[in-house]
Design a binder for this molecule. Structure first.
Ligand SMILES: [Zn+2]
Length: 487
């Protein structure tokens, strides 16, 4: 079965587009002053506007617009100077107004892109068709009550929460690319402070449009829209399943129908929900109660100026101005907090590569998967340690020992060195004595060195470091050995 599926997917190419809804991190809803806080008692964060009571008028939340613009800029979109709200009409128990306020033919922003790592190395650009603003519906609760078998309950706290919908071009070709695209979106939204993208709280939701076509074909195949992708992992699995399913239908001579399918995480399958014939006609029309959204050039520039640096741009800067390897730049921009931490270490010690090595190496090892916010070693302290190494005051080996104590105690390197006597041996006389001892005990290597095999000095340096338990400066030891051996 697995081998058969592999054969089929080699014959066909998948064309995937994603529609992602992101909840904006505003304190209040998009068209009223109700709180957006999560976990409040049901139906307490509501008012006539978000309950859709007759005569209640929506007022657009400026903060939501600014966050949406920020998100659009982070996705390299062109922000339209004028965009318009429209009513998307449908009936559902959790939609008290009877329509969603969204944007239709005049969206907030268009023509953007994000970059994802390409399969063969390098980067691939995935186009963003549009970003538009809309309000969220409430939540239907189908279980958890004694009479849940007979009734569905509705919580309208979420109704009117601000969302942006980010629609991608059908540029995605594999489930892995879809996963990478979602990761890049989430990272960008989090970096920009636009959303926490907590999928468990419904702050990021994703639908996938999937079709396949024989490799080499340029016409698009018949697509299925797959809904209910509650995690990036499920999105990848659902797309994988859907590609294989469509390939099986086509290769057995069947015909695909345009339809909406639901992913079932328990079975790992997608099942048909409705076909195109039963698709909604939303009867979009312009929202009469809201003025068009106008974004002046000045406002746009102000939002751009106040915006944190997006992750892709930060990565490029780390490589260009700090001389980091691509891999390190990638790791260090894993979250805004991590990149801030790294830059604080750089600022303290002035040596970006050394800082990168310590943060991605020993520090992340000590964190063991925990986020940087939980680091037992503050950035300033690691900066002090890196400064000591950069100045040649402690060896790398001693630094590792001190670092282990810093993780345990949270103390500064200076305090630890004082307390534990972990001083570098800078006393000339003591080092001189140890070097003499090593030379006396290594007559063979001394002979070899004098007969021209100078590489043997590495062994002698090692012996001295061993004798000092790593507390000597290897550079100074080497110099001292060279002086003695050539006299
Ligand atoms: Zn309200």
């Amino acid at each position: 079965m697995a081998a058969e599926t592999e054969d089929l997917t080699a014959k066909y190419e998948a064309v995937i587009g994603l529609e992602v809804h992101v909840q904006l991190a505003t304190r209040t809803k998009i068209f009223c002053a109700c709180a957006t806080s999560f976990g409040a008692p049901a139906n307490t964060n509501v008012c006539p506007v978000c309950l859709g009571l007759p005569g209640a008028l929506p007022v657009l939340n400026r903060a939501a617009v600014e966050m949406a613009v920020r998100a659009s800029l982070g996705l390299h979109c062109r922000v339209n100077p004028v965009s318009r709200f429209a009513r998307k009409n449908y009936f559902y128990p959790d939609l008290p107004k009877g329509f969603q306020i969204s944007q239709y033919d005049e969206p907030l922003a268009e023509h953007g892109w994000v970059e994802v790592p390409a399969a063969g190395g390098g980067a691939k650009r995935i186009g963003i068709t549009r970003v538009h603003l809309e309000d969220d519906a409430g939540k239907s609760i189908h279980d958890g009550f004694r009479d849940s078998a007979d009734y569905t309950y509705v919580d309208l706290n979420r109704a009117g929460t601000p969302l942006i919908e980010i629609v991608s071009e059908p540029d995605i070709r594999t489930p892995d690319e879809a996963y990478a695209y979602l990761t890049a979106l989430k990272e960008t939204m989090q970096f920009l402070g636009v959303s926490e993208c907590d999928m468990e709280k419904g702050q990021l939701r994703c639908d996938a449009n999937v079709s396949i076509r024989p490799r080499g074909e340029t016409k698009l195949g018949t697509k299925a829209e797959v809904k209910n992708l509650n995690s990036f992992r499920f999105a990848r699995l659902a797309i994988e399943y859907e590609i294989a399913r469509q390939a099986r239908v086509l290769s057995s001579g069947g015909r695909l129908v345009q339809e909406t399918r639901l992913y079932n995480a328990d079975t790992g399958e997608t099942v048909s929900m409705r076909s195109k014939e039963h698709a909604h006609d939303y009867r979009y029309f312009p929202e009469p109660d809201l003025a068009p959204v106008r974004i002046s050039a000045e406002w746009l520039e102000q939002i751009r100026a106040d915006m944190p640096e997006p992750p892709a741009e930060k990565r490029a800067r780390f490589i260009a101005s700090y001389g980091l390897r691509e891999y390190d730049a990638q790791v260090l921009t894993g979250s805004r907090e991590l990149s801030d931490y790294f830059e604080a270490v750089v600022k303290a010690c002035g040596d970006p590569r050394l800082a990168a090595n310590w943060v991605t190496g020993d520090l992340m090892g000590a964190l063991d998967g925990k986020p940087i916010e939980e680091s037992p070693v503050p950035a300033g302290r690691l900066g002090e340690l890196c400064t000591l190494i950069a100045k040649g005051e402690i060896s790398g080996k001693l630094a590792k020992e001190i670092f282990a104590r810093m993780v345990e105690t949270g103390d500064s390197p200076g305090v630890i060195m004082e307390r534990e006597g972990l001083r570098q041996i800078s006393d000339k006389g003591e080092l001189d004595r140890i070097v003499n001892e090593v030379l006396a005990a290594s007559t063979k290597q001394v002979e070899q060195y004098r007969s021209g095999k100078t590489a043997v000095i590495g062994y002698l340096v090692g012996q001295v470091m061993k004798a000092t338990q790593g507390q000597a400066d290897p550079g100074a030891v080497r110099e001292l050995l060279q002086a003695k051996l050539s006299s």
